[in-house]
Design a protein around this ligand. Structure first.
Ligand code: SF4
Length: 365
């Protein structure tokens, strides 16, 4: 079976070149061709010797996940469903704005963490994505978007920001995610700054500490509740890593973070976590941590059992936070009509945990 070169960062490509008897500088050339130029055809890599091109064609491929579907919403949000084999599909979403273009990348097929309000979590879990499947989402999107992109005021290229906020909990697929982050940051690949690459976690504390040491990119933490009793229900991993410990990990992370704040995500669920009293409790919870709050109107999906908070409830909640001096934004809901909004990435998951069956049974009951 051919080796997929999308699986390698700079170090991995150097190892691969050594194995086929090539000098280390060939790895840098390859990295540039693959990721900067988006080239998948070895014959087109004009500064590689013919003998090397033939060797590469015989031993290796550059193969991202295959596109199953490609939809663009009226607001420009674009979503790809990509096949990762054996009937599984993952989703990647591009959100263009005037001054930036954000790509939302998946890290797993499904998710094992089963957050109560999450469409991905509802589907169960199949497996971690490989590096080629993670970075392949960026490789593919960058290639197709670059073909049509004309540089705009505010940005020179289509993708300026990455958020690891698609399907899955990135920090439970640590090594593959970090190798992918290395590629995103590598000047010979995508050359993004750490500030523009965000990992979003539900709070896997030991992995947050490892990320801080290994590759401290910007961090978003899915909070969703102002106390342990409610968070235990909404984000079950809280039972293992409760809020006090989670906030301690956030403080440690800030010592190495590329930004001087943590983003806290808070999905707004009608009658569940959106009262004024809960907003006050949230203020007390995070008051000692430099942070920004991002309120996310819930995106309903079939049988979710939750409703989106009213616009009034969201405003009231935001006002309490802002009056307490917390920088707070309300996420614009984009791509609704193609189910590309936060928490709606569903892909196609052949559940190995059988949770999907249990949820359907629970909903039915
Ligand atoms: S919100 Fe994130 S961590 Fe929770 S189930 Fe969904 S994908 Fe997994």
């Amino acid at each position: 079976m051919s080796i997929n070169l999308l699986d390698f960062d700079a170090k991995g490509l150097a190892g691969f070149c050594a194995k086929i008897g090539e000098k280390p500088f060939r790895a840098r050339q390859l990295l540039r061709w693959i990721h900067r130029a988006g080239e998948a055809d070895f014959d087109a890599m004009s500064d590689l010797a013919k003998g090397l091109r033939e060797k590469l064609s015989a031993a290796a491929v550059i193969e991202p996940p295959k596109v199953i579907s490609d939809h663009t919403a009226p607001d420009g949000t674009r979503k790809w469903l990509l096949s990762v084999g054996a009937g599984n599909g993952i989703e990647t979403v591009y959100i263009p704005e005037t001054s930036r273009g954000t790509l939302c990348i998946s890290s797993q097929v499904g998710c094992a963490l089963a957050c109560a309000f999450c469409s991905t979590g509802r589907q169960g879990f199949n497996r971690n994505l490989t590096v080629a499947e993670i970075i392949g989402q960026l490789w593919w999107a960058n290639k197709v978007l670059t073909e049509t992109f004309t540089s705009e005021a505010g940005r020179e290229r289509p993708i300026t920001n990455i958020v690891m906020m698609g399907m899955g909990e990135p920090l439970t697929n640590f090594e593959n995610v970090v190798t992918s982050l290395d590629l995103m940051l590598d000047d010979n690949a995508y050359g993004l700054s750490r500030r523009r690459v965000t990992v979003s976690t539900s709070g896997i504390i030991p992995a947050m500490d490892r990320l801080r040491e290994r590759c401290p990119v910007a961090l978003a933490v899915s909070l969703h509740a102002p106390n342990d009793a409610l968070r235990d229900q909404l984000v079950p991993i809280n039972r293992k890593y409760p809020l006090r410990e989670l906030l301690g990990a956030c403080e440690r992370y800030l010592q190495s973070a590329p930004r001087d704040f943590i983003t806290f995500e808070y999905v707004m669920l009608d009658g569940v976590n959106d009262s004024v009293a809960q907003a006050r409790e949230l203020v007390q919870l995070v008051r000692n941590i430099p942070c920004k709050l991002n309120l996310i109107p819930f995106n309903p999906f079939p049988d979710s059992g939750f409703k989106r908070s009213s616009a009034n409830a969201v405003s009231r909640f935001r006002d309490v936070l802002m009056e307490a001096g917390l920088v707070t934004t309300v996420r614009k809901t984009r791509g609704d009509d193609i189910a590309a909004a936060c928490g709606q990435l569903a892909g196609k998951v052949l559940d190995k945990t059988r949770r999907a069956h249990r949820s359907i049974a629970e909903t039915a009951g």
